[in-house]
Each structure stands twice: as C-alpha cells, then as structure tokens.
Design a protein around this ligand. Sequence first.
Ligand SMILES: O=C(O)CCC(=O)C(=O)O
Length: 257
Amino acid sequence: MIMNTTDAYLEQLQRDGYVIVENVLEPELVELIDRDLRRLETELDIQTGKNEFEGTRTLRIHNLLVHGELYQQLPTHPKILPIIERFLDPGCLISSISTSTLLPGETAQTIHADDQLIPLPKPHIPIVCNTLWAISDFTDENGATRIIPGSHTADHSPDIHTEYDSIAAEMPKGSVLLLHGSLWHGGGANRSDDRRAAIALNYCAGFIRQQENQQLGIPRHIARGFSRRLSELVGYGIYNTLIGHINCGHPGKLLDE
Ligand SMILES: O=C(O)CCC(=O)C(=O)O
C-alpha cells in the first residue's frame, strides 16, 4: 500500500522494520546521479569488493559527500529526513554514505542487521536507520534488497551461516527503502544483465559512533560549503546539549574560522 504522510511511513517503519517511499527523486536527478556514479567509478578506479559480504561483484564508492552537490542534497531531503528525525531523533547523524551497485552475476549477500556490531541486548530502541536510494529499478531479478519483515523485534541478530526466507524489496528507481537498524536483510542476487545501482545512506543516533569517520574523512574546506543542517548531520553539532562539544563550545565554529 502506498502511503503519503510522514506519520504513516513512520508507523510502518516501526511496525514492520522497513518502509518504501516512492517518487523521492525526480527522474532527471536519478539520471544525473547514475551518470555521475559511472564517471566516478572510472575516475576513481573503483574495484569490486574483496569478500562475499562486500560483494565480489559489487561496486562501493565511499564517503560520497566529498563528491559534490548531487550527493550533498540527499541527507537533508524533505521527504526522508523528517521520517529519520522522528524515528531516531533530531540529533541523528549520518553514519555512512556510499554506493551499493550490484553487477550482473552478484550472489546474495549474507543476511545481517546493520546494528549487529553494537553490543547491546536486543530488542532495543532504534539507533541506526539505513536508507537505500534506488538509482535503478529494484527487482527480484536484479538483486533488490532482501528483507525479513518484523525481524527487528527479535532478541538476537541473524546467524551468518543460516539461510532465511526473505522477500525482495522491489521498488521503482527514485524510491527510497528505509530499514530499522535491527531488521534482518541483505543485498539480493543479480540474475539480470544490467546493474542494480543504489546509494546506501546510513543514519545513526547522535550518541553512537558513526561508521565512516565523517569529521576526518570530509576535508574542512568541503564541509564549509555544506548547509548548516548537513554540517550538523556529519558531526558539527552537539547532541543533547553536551555530547560532541569542543572546550564547551559548538564544533560548528570550526567551519566559520
Ligand atoms: O545493497 C543492498 O541491497 C543492501 C546492502 C547491505 O545491506 C550492506 O551492504 O550492508
């Protein structure tokens, strides 16, 4: 069922552990991103992953926010950020932003949960929310993310040696799939002749460590060009009046110097 309000998306995300928001990116923007990703893959000489989990036929460009406005506009997108801010809280951060582009022949990724490396008893409050932005259609055939609805309520993370029944999160390009960090999921197998392209933009709570070290990974001269909200999301902000201060001051001052 397609829903239209932040409330309804949030409700499904909390209940089922996932939700798909369609028509987030205009077709022209999807096209521009697709072309630019292919350019970056060539210019940066991006190689496929080195193990089954990374995907030996998967291309990942990391730290995408250093690659310009095309990517910098995504984390604050008005159709997605309000859902994240209510699901985590407004002090949330960008944990990582990279591509997840499955080439033909890629096999299914091990089912996992994005918060399973964090040693907290489960189930727990959401501390991670991953978003997969479809730059090509996501179909069962081309490797749409496999999900196990409701699995975010389990009292443990999946066992990497077990095969689980899952469904394909099919969606047209321009859509975004939001995943509760505890939801069991994995990239699908690409049995098609074309690539399945996506941007994986992972958010986390403001009180845990980001997966990609954004403050060190994004040169300061680039962060200076970010909007205020984007700079807070990468870590130039303070969580709950204290966490993240520098000499009791706001870290955003570093961008004014
Ligand atoms: O690309 C996908 O469909 C999911 C990838 C994923 O879950 C991961 O790499 O951790």
